[in-house]
Design a protein around this ligand. Sequence first.
Ligand code: GCO
Length: 455
Amino acid sequence: MSSFDLSDEILKKLPKHFHFGTAAAAYQVEGAVNEGGRGPSIWDIFSSTPGKTRNGDTGAISVDHYHRFTEDFVLMRELNIKHYRFSIAWSRLFPMGSGLINQQGVDFYNRLLDSMLENGITPMATLYHWDLPQALQDLGGWENRDTVYRFQEYADAAFRAFGDRVKNWITHNEPWCVSVLGNLTGEHAPGFHDAQKALTVAHHVLLSHGLAVQTYRGLNQDGQIGITLNLTPVYAQTPGSDDDKAVVINDVFSNRWFLDPIFKAQYPKEMTQIIGELKNAISIDDLATIAQPIDFLGVNYYQPLVVRYDENAAPFYTENVTPQDRVTSMGWPISGDGLRDLLLRLQKDYGTCPFYITENGAAYSDQLEQGHVHDDERVHYLSDHVLAIAEAREQGVDVRGYYVWSFIDNFEWAWGYDQRFGIVYCDYATLQRYPKDSAWWYAKHISRHQNLHMY
Ligand code: GCO
C-alpha cells in the first residue's frame, strides 16, 4: 500500500459506471503521416518548420500507434483501463479537407475501433484535436467561415462511419488553445500573432461545434455529444482588493470566452476590452447555433491560476503569482483543490451538466531503470486529482469520468518529445512500451473500484 492510495470510502463516492480512462490525440501518437492516403495537416507543416518545436521534433513517427494500436489496447486491457479517448485525424478521412472520403482512412479507424472493442475498451472520439488539413489552411483555415461547413461535413461523415461503435463524441478539443496558441501567441500551428484572427477563429470553431451537434442530433444515433474546454480556477492573491479585478479579466480570457457562448448564447461583455471586438465574423443566428444543448462538458484541467492586479502590467493589468513550490516539469503548479473548486464553480454558474474530466495528468523527467519507472510524483498527482473529483461529487457535481493524459508518452506539441506525460513510458529508440508505477497504481484503483461496486 502506498501513501497515495485512496481509501474504499473515497472510491465508493465514484459511481459504478464511472469512466476510468486515458486520453490521446491523433497527431501526438499515430505517426505514419504519409500512409493510408493521409493528407498533410497544419501540424506537419508547422513542426517541420525550423525553430517551431523543441529539437525540431515532429509527429512523423511518434509512438507509431498507427501500426501498434493492437499492442497498446492489449496493454490497456492488462491495466484494467476500459475507456479510451482518442481523436480522428480529419486529413485521414479527407486528405484535402473536403470532397471525396478516403476509404483507407475509414478502414484504419474501423480497425482501430474494432481492436479497442475486442479488448473491452469503450471509445470516446474527438473530432478535432488541432490537426486541420493543410489544404483548408491554404484557404484561410479557421479564419475562413467556409471551414466551419467543411467541418460539419467531416463530422457528418465520421458519425455515419463510426457512430455504430462510438457512443461518446467530442466536437473540439480546447478551442482556447486553437485560437490563442495558434493565432495570438504563435506557439502552435498555424503560428500567427494576431488578436483579431484569434477572435474570429474562436468564433468559427464554436460555430462549427454547434453545427456538428445539430448534425449529430439529426442522425438520431444513440450516443452523447459534447465539447472539451481547457479550464482553470482563478484566485486573487489578496481577495477583497483590486486583485479581484484581475480575477475577472483572467476568468473571462481563460474560461468565460468559451463557456458563456456555449451555455448562455452570449460572449462576456468584457471580451471587447480584453482582446478586442469581434468584427464582421458574427451573423445573427450564430450564438443560438453555438448554444445547442450538449450532453456533457469535457473538462481538461492541469493547473490553477493566482493573479494580482497591476496597472502597469501588459497586456491585461494582471500578473500571474501562482505559487511555484510544487510544479511539474512543464513548470505547471499542482493543485487537486483547484479541480474541485473549478467543478463547483461550473455547476454554480452554468447549471447542472454531466462532466467528464477528459484530460488531467502531469509531465515529469522519468527515468527508465531496468524496465521500471518509479514516478511517485505522478502517482501523487493522480491521487490528489481523483480525490478532488470524489469531493466534488460529494458536493453534488455530476462528474462521470476521469481520463488521464496520457496513456503513453508522446509528441507534446511545441515541446516535442522533451515532456513525458504518459503512465506508460516509451523508449523512443526502440518504441518499446513500459508501464510506469503510475500505470500499476491506476490499474489497482480501477480494479478496487470495480470490486466495490460489484453488487
Ligand atoms: C491538450 C492537449 C494535449 C496536451 C496536454 C498536455 O488538450 O492540452 O490536448 O494534447 O498534450 O494537454 O499539455
